[in-house]
Ligand binder design. Structure first.
Ligand code: AMP
Ligand code: ZN
Length: 473
């Protein structure tokens, strides 16, 4: 399997630290508000990655944090804690906000068929581990105390900007537009590991530490949670592309300084979902959530299908027109699957080329759009219905767009329609046929006479857009 690796900027052959086993870490949501469908694009694609690894035979162990403290409104150590902002907005406590939006996040995930990772860790439950990591970084000389806060010293690293050879002046924290310079920092790229002196004295959650009462920086959360939950060597780290810098860059700095060896070999970044007028936002314009889509009549799985039609490494523009197109394609696909009749087992020889085609698509940097094309191809092919259904079930264990369930629902609806239709006696059916034949040759007089005869026998003929309907009078 080849996966694009943000560290090497190439599609690399996927290798794991231990054969057959994958450790996978995902940056979880900051639970100060609902997730928008952009956030969920990242989680959908990460879910596909996990499921495809399992499909390919790997034993996957995956962990995710829940950011319920320390993520400031600017990713660069300034601004207010997002959690506090959420609590003030809703006149609730930070922990109430965290619980509510954590539940909301997993409810959205369930609607989108996103599997909950095996290990989920709220940052506030791991404070001791964060402190232990900061203590070690201080002992090893990678961190320093200044103005009451503990900072990571980026000048101690051979290479800090691991993902891109940034123009360092553009990205350093102190000179970014709208970011206040922090005079405690020895180097502009240094970042906070532990806050005690915050501009915001009303920070609600604080803990005792060797440096005074305070709270952790956002980046240390992921370094500590992933090493404790998944071990010293991580196979894949995931997140949206905005997290590559500074969040993931800082995670790498901390983890490798702490561990004393390379940490994670494969970095999987999902590009953003944007709107026509730019960045997706939780505060400006329409706040695009799963519930909003549902209120407009869209099945959340249609949104998942919409995402899978594009490659995760391309920015995707969301529009209702695009979603409508995905809905039409999805409904057509489901209708075709609903026509298939389950009849016996599958034939290994017949299904093999399609298994290979699906694996080729997904092994090529998770090409989900090509994976879906394989489903169209197999539907068009001459293999049996049983083979088709077997393959679709298998592929949908990865794609998770609910194809078989939706097809079963469609079939049940059709059966119910049939059952609701009255039983038509044979003589009426014969008359209906005769009338159709008369109409065909434009003998409308006969057609009308037959209609009257049918009415006398107690049945009404109705021409509808769906065709002729026969009702009992
Ligand atoms: P947050 O809740 O802000 O910590 O973000 C949760 C996840 O969503 C992270 O992996 C982000 O990188 C990702 N993300 C944020 N905005 C977008 C977007 N517009 N499209 C895709 N992923 C995003
Ligand atoms: Zn993270």
């Amino acid at each position: 399997m080849k996966l694009y690796n943000s560290l090497t900027h190439t599609k690399d052959e996927f290798v794991t630290h231990e054969p057959g086993k994958v450790t996978m870490y995902t940056c979880g949501p900051t639970v100060y508000h609902f997730a928008h469908i952009g956030n969920l694009r990242s989680y959908i694609m990460e879910d596909i990655l996990e499921k495809y690894l399992v499909y390919s035979g790997y034993d996957v162990k995956r962990a995710m944090n829940i950011t319920d403290v320390g993520h400031l409104t600017s990713d660069a150590d300034s601004g207010e804690d997002k959690m506090l902002k959420g609590a003030k907005r809703e006149h609730k406590t930070v922990m109430e906000i965290a619980q509510f939006y954590t539940d909301a996040f997993f409810a959205d995930c369930e609607k989108l068929n996103i599997k909950k990772p095996e290990i989920v860790v709220p940052a506030t439950s791991y404070i001791d581990h964060f402190i232990e990591m900061v203590v070690t970084l201080l002992e090893k000389g990678y961190a320093y105390e200044a103005g009451g806060n503990i900072y990571f010293d980026t000048s101690k690293l051979d290479e800090y900007y691991v993902f891109n050879k940034h123009n360092e002046e553009d990205l350093v924290v102190g000179v970014r537009e709208g970011v206040e310079e922090d005079n405690n920092k020895r180097n502009k790229a240094d970042f906070v590991l532990w806050f005690t002196k915050s501009k915001f004295d009303d920070q609600e959650l604080k803990w005792d530490s060797p440096w005074g009462v305070g709270y952790p920086g956002w980046h240390i959360e992921c370094s500590a949670i992933s090493t404790h939950a998944l071990g010293e060597y991580l196979d894949i780290h995931c997140g949206g592309i905005d997290n590559a810098f500074p969040h993931h860059t800082n995670e790498i700095a901390q983890s490798e300084a702490y561990l004393g060896h390379p940490w994670c070999s494969q970095w999987f970044h999902v590009l953003h979902l944007n709107t026509n007028d730019g960045k997706m936002s939780k505060s400006k314009g329409e706040f695009l959530t799963v519930s909003l889509l549902e209120s407009k009549g869209y099945d959340p799985l249609v949104y998942r299908f919409f995402c899978l039609q594009s490659h995760y490494r391309k920015a995707l523009v969301f529009s209702y027109e695009g979603l409508d197109n995905a809905k039409v394609a999805y409904d057509k696909l489901v209708a075709r699957i609903a026509e298939l009749i389950p009849n016996g087992g599958h034939d290994e020889e017949a299904v093999r080329p399609f298994l290979e085609a699906f694996a080729n698509a997904m092994d090529n940097d998770l090409n989900t759009a090509m994976g879906i094309t394989v489903i169209y191809d197999l539907l068009k092919s001459k293999i049996s219905d049983a083979d088709k259904l077997w393959l679709i079930e298998k592929f949908d264990s990865v794609l998770s767009v609910g194809l078989l369930a939706a097809a079963a629902k469609k079939r049940a609806e059709k059966d119910a329609q049939k059952a609701a239709a009255p039983e038509i006696p044979a003589e009426i059916a014969q008359l209906v046929e005769k009338r159709a034949a008369a109409k065909k040759v434009k003998d409308f007089a006969t057609a009308d006479a037959i209609r009257a005869q049918i009415a006398e026998m107690g049945y009404l003929l109705k021409e509808t857009r769906q065709g002729l309907v026969i009702e009992k009078l």
